[in-house]
Design a protein around this ligand. Structure first.
Ligand SMILES: Nc1ncnc2c1ncn2[C@@H]1O[C@H](COP(=O)(O)OP(=O)(O)OP(=O)(O)O)[C@@H](O)[C@H]1O
Length: 267
């Protein structure tokens, strides 16, 4: 088992009010090489949950329950140990790569930075590895793009750089929070397919967070449906989509464009 989450609860402190619980006891587990999609509308607690898992919640938040990662409870892990895990064993991909990337640094240097710092690669070894990673995420003309700044790239290319950075340190677990939401639909599909191929090839476990069931349907093995901080249902994606056991999942399915619904039925 890669990750085992039990009865995770998250609360935010409020001034002169009792704390507000926004995640009300969610449990799930993730096997090595498996992709879990977490779906739910805005405010359902998807981001709070992923931040809780990696210990990056705001200081006004508390998380209780258990987040076992390879036998250790991440909720109880001291910050320096968590810091080592993040980016190393657990990688992250964010919604808007422009804000996650450093605008003043060439993308090749951003990809190799962690490798030079944490893995002891020389500058030229780091550059070689950055080039390999850019090719892996299918950046066109990678040899030239390696010296580009983020603003010189398209949104889809920037997100591929985000994926390359997350993969550089060979994580076992990747958490992608709305990784394609900022992209247009065709680019979305390309980036998702690249991510899907890479996690399969590299045997990485992926938690993919999205408000869009179409995105989840495309690559998730299992799907967890959230509503207002509660887990509605969890199971193999095909079962959840074809035969939802909860009314809320049915509503999400009904809200999908007919074209996407039809492709689910064909799959
Ligand atoms: N720093 C914070 N302080 C107080 N409440 C917060 C904070 N961050 C999130 N919340 C609350 O927690 C709940 C869950 O928010 P969260 O961002 O996890 O939802 P989400 O499902 O990721 O939504 P979205 O799809 O819009 O990103 C919301 O009610 C939100 O108002």
């Amino acid at each position: 088992m890669m990750l085992d989450v039990k009865d995770l609860r998250v609360s935010f402190l409020r001034e002169k009010l009792p704390p507000a619980e926004v995640i009300h006891g969610v449990s799930f587990s993730l096997e090595r090489g498996e992709t879990l999609g977490i779906v739910g509308e805005s405010g359902s607690g998807k981001t709070a949950m992923s931040l809780a898992i990696i210990g990056l919640l705001a200081s006004t938040a508390t998380a209780t329950g258990e987040v076992m990662f390879e036998g250790r409870d991440l909720l109880k892990m001291p910050e320096p140990d968590l810091c080592k895990l993040r980016g190393n064993r657990i990688g992250m991909i964010f919604q808007e790569p422009m804000t996650a990337l450093n605008p003043a640094m060439r993308v090749g240097a951003q990809i190799s930075e962690g490798l030079i710092l944490h893995k002891g690669l020389s500058k030229s070894e780091g550059r070689k590895e950055a080039l390999r990673l850019l090719e892996m995420v299918q950046i066109p003309r990678a040899g030239q793009m390696i010296d580009s700044f983020p603003h010189e790239m398209s949104g889809g290319q920037r997100q591929r750089v985000g994926i390359a950075i997350a993969l550089a340190l060979k994580p076992d677990l990747l958490i992608a929070d709305e990784p394609t939401t900022a992209l247009d639909v065709t680019v979305q599909a390309e980036v998702l397919d690249i991510l899907d191929d890479l996690v399969t090839d590299l045997g990485i476990s992926l938690i993919l967070i999205s408000h869009d069931l179409g995105v989840i349907a495309r690559i998730a093995d299992r799907t967890l449906v959230m509503f207002r901080g509660d887990e509605m249902e969890e199971g193999p994606t095909e079962r959840v989509l074809r035969n939802p056991s909860h009314e809320y999942t049915r509503k999400l399915l009904d809200a999908m464009p007919a074209r996407v619904r039809a492709s689910l039925k064909e799959a």
